[in-house]
Structure formats: structure tokens, C-alpha cells
Design a protein around this ligand. Structure first.
Ligand SMILES: Cc1cc2nc3c(=O)[nH]c(=O)nc-3n(C[C@H](O)[C@H](O)[C@H](O)COP(=O)(O)OP(=O)(O)OC[C@H]3O[C@@H](n4cnc5c(N)ncnc54)[C@H](O)[C@@H]3O)c2cc1C
Length: 384
């Protein structure tokens, strides 16, 4: 149990804390006991999907009329924090489903698309993925080569997407492609002629998450499956929401790492005393705790800005950037404090540490978020 040193819980409503406690219990009972094995064997625990849906956290901010829970972004953040205390892979699954699949359908979909897909996505009956990144278009997705051509019956998609979370297990993919040189979103259903997926193997990070390549070879997308948005603003608005969840999630991972490390240093004896008694160890533990508390406060504030619709993309970038960096640094310091045990999957530290390497990179690298905030404060774009 994380020691709430600065009584941050007081900032949250009873209702928000209730969701946090429900997800915390779920993580303790359902994720932590199995996740080390899943990581080692590269298995996504798909049977958790229905259980997560039953908690109401797929579609947590989606209106109830579409099968969602209609809760706030603060609820969403606390849920992501607690899930990632278990593992970044499970939180990644939920971020994709909520922010990268349900959000674009809600925001840019037709009424028919919302009614058809959102309730099934909320129950986990349908799994989604989000295809923006390509092998040669990562930090600058506007350079994408995947394109669509209008036909009599719909659209023909050609190209490929790389590093797509949930890709091989998804029933639908939200795919971004250029139509008449403008970025458009398409709902590509599993089994559509010309659509195939390949699993990306050999990962040393997010091993309990499915990561895939999506291939479109004259893929025939139905006319009714195009989203209404035009331009990069739409995929970027999805990323803003996913980055928000990440900012909370990584601090959940850091909280888990800190709790385990505090316990380990109290138990582990060298030179006849617990290593927690050494000044150098205490310096590390105090630094970890301080950075976690600072990040929790940032998350709380960002949550309130999201709830009042006042958060800017640059606000989200600042917090995603800070929290990912801090969580990864905490994981690395915790690894040192665990000595040799720190590299074993019998302890959670190396798993979290390796996962956080991906989380710091995806949804915009540390550098991209520096440039986004830099542009906001100086008025100068340093991207090229
Ligand atoms: C496990 C995992 C899951 C993912 N899931 C998804 C998903 O579901 N959907 C999806 O669409 N994508 C997904 N991604 C892709 C992810 O978003 C990209 O990897 C990320 O945006 C970075 O792109 P890149 O890997 O091509 O790196 P690059 O863009 O090639 O960047 C390489 C390095 O160059 C730096 N760099 C680039 N441009 C600049 C610049 N102008 N100034 C300074 N530095 C610069 C970067 O910061 C980075 O350090 C996933 C990635 C991973 C690892």
C-alpha cells in the first residue's frame, strides 16, 4: 500500500477514491499475481478484458447512452494509475480502447458508427487498435504514406502501419490515411479483404502487450466506415487523451516500484543492518517519494483542467514528458537498490523498467513533448 505521505487523497472526491480503490483491488488480485509470467512468456492476458470491462473502465468517460460509464477524466486518470501499478501493458490496452478507439468514434463518428461500435467496445466484446505510426513516419506522422482512393463502393486503402498496440487481436482498427492528400480516419474491420496483421516479436518491453504491423493491400473499406474529420487535428486530439492516461499510469508504476523498493530495503541486510538504514539508500528513497508526490500533484491538476475542458495539448505534453522521465528514472534507481535481484523477473522492478522504456517513447517521445511545450512558451517552432 502506497503511503500517502502528503495526504493527496484529500484532493479527491469520495466517488473518485471509490473508483481508485476498486481498480487497486482488481490490480492486486487479478494483475499482479500473473503478470510476471505473462511478461516472461510474451502473453497478453486476454481473459482480463471482460473483467476490466465489468469494472466500467472501458469507455470510462464515454457517455452512458453509448454504453460508457460517463465518468470524469479524474476518474479515468486514477483508474489508469492503479492499472499501471500492475503493468504498463494492461494500462496500454485500456488507453488504446478508451482514448484511441472509443474517443475518435465518439468525436468524429456518425451516429450509426457510435451506436454500432461504442457499446461493444465498452463491454470488451469488441477490441480496437489505432494505426497512425508507420515504419518511416513516427515522430512526424504527417509524413505517412498510407493512402486511400475513393471507389464506387467505398475506399481502397494501401500502405502499412507499424508498432500498433492490440493490432493482431483487434476487431476494428482506426486507421489514418491520406485521401486526396488530406489525413482521414477509417474504421477497418477485421476480415476486410486486403487487410492483414503481423505480430511484432523480439520485444524486450511491454511483453504482455500485443504489438503489430497492419498491412493494407487494396483493402476495401466500406463507404460508411469513414470518420467525419479531416486533417491531423483529429488523430492528435486522440493522442492528447491517451497521453493524459499515460501521465497518470506511469506514476502508478512508480508508486508500485517505490512500495516494493521500500520494503526490499527494509528486509535486505548487508553489513549487519537493513540497507534502508544507510544514508545513501535513504537519499534515493526520499528522492523517489518526492518525485512521485510532485507528479501526483501535476496529475491531479491536469485532471481538473481536463474535467473543466481547459487543458491544452501542451499542458498534457508537459505532464506526460515529466512523469515518464521520472517514472523511468525511479525504476532505474530501484533496480540499483535491488542489486542482483533487480534484474530478476521474480521482482517487479526490471519488468516495470523495461516497460517504461516504451512508454517514454510512444505517444510522442520525450523530445517531441519538449518541442511542443517549447513552441507554446516561445512561440517558435523548433520541429525542423
Ligand atoms: C510498444 C509500442 C507500442 C506502440 N503503439 C502504437 C499504437 O498503438 N499506434 C501507433 O500509431 N503507434 C504506436 N507506437 C509508435 C510510437 O508512437 C512511435 O514509436 C513514436 O511516436 C516514435 O516514433 P519512432 O519510433 O518512429 O521514432 P523516431 O520518430 O524515428 O524518433 C527517433 C528519435 O529521434 C528523435 N527525434 C525525431 N524528430 C526529432 C526532432 N525534430 N527533434 C529532436 N529529436 C527528434 C525522437 O525524439 C527519438 O528520440 C508504439 C510504439 C511502441 C514502442
Amino acid at each position: 500500500m502506497f503511503n500517502d505521505f502528503c495526504q493527496i487523497d484529500e484532493l479527491f472526491s469520495e466517488d473518485e477514491l471509490m473508483i481508485q480503490n476498486i481498480v487497486r483491488d482488481f490490480t492486486n488480485k487479478e494483475i499482479i499475481p500473473i503478470i510476471g509470467d505473462c511478461f516472461e512468456k510474451c502473453i497478453f492476458p486476454k481473459d482480463l478484458v471482460k473483467k476490466i470491462a465489468d469494472l466500467g473502465i472501458l469507455g470510462i468517460v464515454t457517455p452512458e447512452q453509448y454504453g460508457g460509464a460517463g465518468m470524469s477524466y479524474t476518474h479515468y486518470g486514477l483508474a489508469m494509475q492503479e492499472l499501471e501499478r500492475g503493468d504498463s501493458s494492461i494500462r496500454s490496452f485500456c488507453s488504446v480502447q478508451n482514448s484511441l478507439v472509443m474517443f475518435p468514434i465518439l468525436e468524429y463518428g456518425t451516429e450509426d458508427q457510435k451506436n454500432k461500435w461504442l457499446p461493444k467496445l465498452a463491454t470488451g466484446e469488441c477490441i480496437g487498435c489505432f494505426g497512425l505510426t508507420e515504419a518511416d513516419a513516427g515522430s512526424n506522422p504527417a509524413e505517412m504514406l498510407t493512402n486511400a482512393v475513393e471507389t464506387e463502393n467505398g475506399y481502397l486503402l494501401n500502405g502499412s502501419k507499424m508498432w500498433i498496440t492490440n493490432g493482431c487481436i483487434a476487431d476494428i482498427a482506426i486507421v489514418w490515411a491520406k485521401l486526396d492528400n488530406k489525413v482521414r480516419g477509417f474504421i477497418v474491420e477485421k476480415g476486410t479483404p486486403g487487410f492483414s496483421t503481423n505480430e511484432i516479436n523480439h520485444k524486450f518491453s511491454l511483453r504482455a502487450s500485443v504489438t503489430s504491423e497492419l498491412i493494407f493491400n487494396n483493402c476495401e473499406v466500406k463507404k460508411e466506415n469513414i470518420l467525419l474529420s479531416t486533417g491531423m487535428r483529429a488523430p492528435l486530439s486522440c493522442l492528447t487523451r491517451a497521453r493524459y492516461g499515460i501521465a497518470w499510469g506511469v506514476i502508478g508504476a512508480a508508486m508500485g516500484i517505490y512500495e516494493n523498493t521500500l520494503k526490499y530495503t527494509k528486509d535486505r541486510k548487508q553489513f549487519g543492518r537493513p540497507i534502508a538504514g544507510f544514508q545513501l539508500t535513504q537519499d534515493k528513497l526520499v528522492w523517489m517519494l518526492t518525485e512521485i508526490i510532485k507528479a501526483q500533484l501535476l496529475n491531479w491538476r491536469l485532471g481538473k483542467l481536463m474535467d473543466s475542458n481547459n487543458a491544452t495539448p501542451a499542458n498534457v505534453s508537459l505532464v506526460k514528458r515529466n512523469n515518464c522521465e521520472i517514472a523511468l528514472k525511479i525504476a532505474r534507481v530501484a533496480r540499483e537498490l535491488h542489486g542482483a535481484n533487480g534484474i530478476s523477473n521474480e521482482y517487479d522492478i526490471i519488468r516495470h523498467s523495461l516497460n517504461l522504456e516504451s512508454v517514454k517513447t510512444y505517444e510522442g517521445t520525450h523530445e517531441m513533448h519538449t518541442l511542443i511545450v517549447g513552441k507554446e512558451i516561445t512561440g517558435e517552432s523548433a520541429f525542423v
